[in-house]
Design a protein around this ligand. Structure first.
Ligand code: BDR
Ligand code: CA
Length: 332
């Protein structure tokens, strides 16, 4: 349950949601759409959990079904180096949103601008106000930076779901060291961490501490209205995927990053330059320099300090994700 004194409720947070829906992406979008203090300025799509046509269609479907006013801008269909890996259909289904039936009739048109151009225009029009929440490959953000480096000083902050920093034994989910959003476009991720804007990475180190379990799903199904039922319906296959690893429920990776945007007090963060390995056996690995340890001059020295999440109040995050759709019920 949200408390009445939650300071985040009183101010408006302007957010552009960069996403590859995606089962957990879709749930994060519904959370943002329902959260009182969030003003969603745009939804920008990027390849990842499905190809760019499919994730853009999914975003337009969500916009229509849930009457989301924010425009949808179609983004990159491949990484900066031109690669688009095979979609993880075993995780998100053939259609990216758990193979629910998607009614394609009467879908709205996407914005005429490419996603990175949309981001540039919106950031310039709202200096110092916009949070970029990126929960897919970082390609659109990197393209925006390349075309308009001035936006780095105009963005309020950048929050990403991505990375794995080997904290508390949490390593990669695609390779032993690489998380999916990072390995999907490691060069873009390295450029985003290296830019002079404030980035916070919500990585697997914390997202794997939050499991949407049977009790929460039952509650959403019974009391969460259209959004709650959608979350339950789209997550059946995603839940079965997690069951293979003995998890009774599933990780809410992208929603966890969305919660950070609205209430960062639920997280502990650590500062230091972050680099992403762009080739070799560790491609996609995210590494943060520890300023407490002296090293000879090297690649990290010029990179700006960025934040990574190192711990999270998992129960309160879960409570927000459920409670935002069921504001009248007491917490579990
Ligand atoms: C990330 O990869 C995707 O499968 C999810 O949507 C999330 O953004 C987790 O590694
Ligand atoms: Ca995602």
């Amino acid at each position: 349950m949200l408390s009445a004194e939650n300071p985040a409720r009183s101010r408006s947070l302007k957010v552009i949601f960069d996403t590859d829906p995606g089962v957990d992406d879709a749930a994060a979008l519904l959370f943002l759409n329902a959260y009182p203090s969030v003003t969603l300025l745009g939804i920008t799509t990027v390849f990842g959990n499905a190809d760019i046509d499919t994730v853009t269609r999914n975003a337009l479907y969500l916009k229509k079904r849930f009457a989301i006013s924010a425009p949808v801008a179609r983004g990159a269909g491949a990484s900066l180096s031109g690669e688009a890996s095979l979609p993880p259909v075993h995780v998100h289904g053939q259609n990216g949103i758990g193979d629910i039936v998607v009614d394609q009739s009467g879908l709205p048109e996407p914005d005429a601008r490419a996603a990175h151009r949309f981001i540039i225009d919106m950031v310039r029009a709202n200096p110092g106000e916009i949070t970029l929440l990126a929960v897919g490959r970082m390609t659109n953000l990197a393209l925006a930076l390349r075309e308009a480096p001035d936006i780095a000083s105009l963005v309020r902050n950048v929050v990403i779901m991505g990375g794995a920093f080997s904290l508390a034994g949490h390593n990669g989910n695609v390779t032993p060291v690489a998380e999916a959003n990072m390995i999907g476009d490691p060069l873009a991720a390295d450029e985003v961490f290296g830019a002079a804007w404030p980035v916070t990475a919500i990585g697997l180190d914390v997202t794997r501490q939050i499991v949407m379990g049977p009790a929460e799903l039952d509650r959403l199904a019974a009391h969460g209205g259209e959004a709650g039922r959608f979350i339950v319906d789209t997550s059946r296959g995603y839940r079965a995927f997690h069951a293979q690893f003995g998890i009774d429920g599933y990780y809410v990776h992208d929603s966890t990053a969305a919660v950070y945007v609205v209430d960062p007090s639920l997280f502990e963060v650590r500062s230091g330059p972050v680099r992403v390995a762009t080739d070799g056996v560790a491609v996609g690995q995210t590494i943060q320099r520890d300023w407490g340890i002296p090293y000879p001059p090297g690649e990290w020295d010029m990179a700006p300090d960025q934040k990574i999440a190192v711990s999270v109040d998992a129960n309160r995050v879960l409570g927000m994700l459920v409670g935002t759709h069921i504001p009248c019920l007491p917490a579990l």
